[in-house]
Write a protein that binds this ligand. Structure first.
Ligand SMILES: Cc1cc2nc3c(=O)[nH]c(=O)nc-3n(C[C@H](O)[C@H](O)[C@H](O)COP(=O)(O)O)c2cc1C
Length: 462
């Protein structure tokens, strides 16, 4: 089936025209990615601690054939408790409960390389992979806020040291994952449980971390967890080129996406890998409505719960105007429109000016998500499918991680209304082709450290 609508840019190569997009969905606090969702009347404010809410959201995403759920993490109290946390209490423990209640969807959890000893990281993540029958992924981050380091009695280290530890940790974790070889075989009740000649110590010692091994956890259905890493500083991109199967970024325009995707692919080549093995996905945010107006009103109902004074002043500056936007519910006046100016290098400012010129009021411009950290569309299912298609076919991304203001309604609306359009256009698989996360993402098999990068900067043999 391939009924692809001609996209606005329509610059995709023949290869992209048969390719299918990767789709993940952010989960976390059980409310949504808008800070006011927990206050809404239809939301149970106790959902933060309710695993049934997480399970229901993951099952909805699985019903739509989405490739994975993604849980970001912070190792400190982010924000103040007068408002709900934006993060999950503990992604890996939560995902192990989700594993039991789902069958196909991938489970991508964030864990930092800066604190936990690699033996424990390797064990938790591989056990999640084994109990989910090959559906685990690890968003490996080095942490970057001093508040996280303070919770471990440390000062924020120089970036170089932080990444030195990341490299060592990644190499030790991979070595431990590979330490129970496939050749150790299946349990033989009349003979050995496993062949010890294929379960070997790894004996790695770096400057920051080390281990003897082996790790007593056999391979999962996909061998070992899939690795995701964020597109961050140059150090981070270099590391992603070496270890990541998936890189997540936050481009604000198709051009930024293309540039970042190329950088990520180049980093893989530099590490001796094939660029096709590394998938670049971008954060995007959506609210689906019957009409664009209805979707914008859903966002405005959330914005009404927070003080929009600050965002309105910021918008005025982004529009190149001086002074307050005193009539936030009216389109800009002719005089204001005559003096709006976009900052040409800021995609958000360019979008804000476009929206103002199209006659949207300042409150509606904000409801279009111009200040969201990622591209956002409040619109009909068709408009959202068009957005996904345009970015994908322009080769800005290999896929997306979707954020919803309200997980409760947003994931279901997306699955029931946008997913069928993407399938109809031949952009998204029609249900799961395989059993494991590696299958869903079209990744090659890997067990242990990739031998092409085994001589990396860390992990000297003891
Ligand atoms: C898309 C994206 C997702 C990220 N997710 C997390 C996360 O869940 N937890 C975290 O501590 N850091 C997260 N980060 C931060 C990066 O890991 C990195 O620390 C940050 O971009 C700063 O770069 P640096 O650490 O190289 O200085 C994320 C970054 C990006 C771009």
């Amino acid at each position: 089936m391939n009924n692809r609508k001609k996209s606005k840019t329509d610059e995709g190569t023949s290869e992209t025209k048969n390719k299918q997009m990767i789709l993940g969905v952010t989960l976390g606090n059980n409310f949504g990615t808008h800070p006011a969702t927990w206050r809404m009347p239809h939301v149970d404010p106790r959902s933060y601690t309710n695993i049934d809410a997480t399970v229901e959201q993951a099952r909805t995403a699985e019903r739509g054939g989405l490739h994975f759920v993604f849980m970001p993490d912070r190792l400190f109290m982010a924000g103040d408790p007068t408002s709900a946390s934006m993060f999950n209490m503990d992604p890996i423990i939560t995902l192990s409960a989700v594993a039991q209640a789902t069958a196909r969807i991938g489970l991508m959890g964030t864990a930092s390389t800066s604190f936990t000893e690699p033996y424990l990281l390797a064990r938790q993540l591989k056990v999640l992979d084994v109990i989910s029958r090959g559906r685990a992924g690890w968003n490996a981050v080095p942490s970057y806020e001093s508040a996280a380091f303070e919770n471990f009695g440390k000062a924020l280290p120089p970036r170089e040291n932080k990444y030195e530890r990341l490299h060592e940790t990644m190499q030790v974790v991979h070595a431990l994952w590979g330490s129970w070889g496939y050749e150790a075989g299946e349990p033989d009740q009349a003979g050995m449980y496993a062949d010890p000649s294929h379960i070997r110590p790894v004996n790695l010692q770096g400057k920051h971390v080390g281990t003897r091994g082996p790790l007593p956890v056999p391979p999962s259905e996909q061998g070992q967890p899939v690795i995701m890493m964020p597109a961050s500083s140059g150090y981070g991109l270099q590391a992603a080129g070496m270890y990541a199967n998936v890189v997540i970024g936050m481009p604000n325009s198709i051009e930024e996406g293309r540039a970042l995707r190329n950088t990520v692919r180049e980093a893989a080549v530099q590490a001796g890998r094939d660029p096709e093995e590394i998938k670049f996905v971008a954060f995007v945010g959506y609210t689906v409505g019957d009409t664009e107006r209805q979707a914008l009103d859903a966002r405005r109902a959330l914005d009404d719960q927070i003080d929009v004074h600050g965002p309105l002043s910021r918008l005025s500056a982004y529009l190149g105007l001086h002074g307050e936007l005193v009539r936030p519910d009216e389109p800009l006046t002719a005089a204001q429109l005559a003096s709006v100016r976009a900052h040409p290098h800021d995609a958000r400012s360019v979008r804000a000016v476009e929206l103002a010129k199209a006659g949207w009021s300042p409150r509606d411009i904000l409801a279009h998500g111009v200040f969201d950290p990622n591209p956002y569309v409040a619109g009909t299912a068709e408009q959202i499918a068009d957005h996904l298609q345009e970015w994908f076919e322009a080769e800005a991304v290999d896929g997306f991680v979707t954020n919803f203001d309200d997980f409760h309604t947003g994931i279901g609306d997306f699955v029931d209304r946008v997913v069928p359009i993407l399938r109809e256009r031949g952009l998204l698989h029609d249900g799961y082709e395989g059993e494991t996360l590696r299958d869903h993402l079209g990744l090659p098999a890997q067990y242990g450290l990739d031998p092409r990068i085994a001589t990396g900067p860390a992990g000297k043999t003891r």
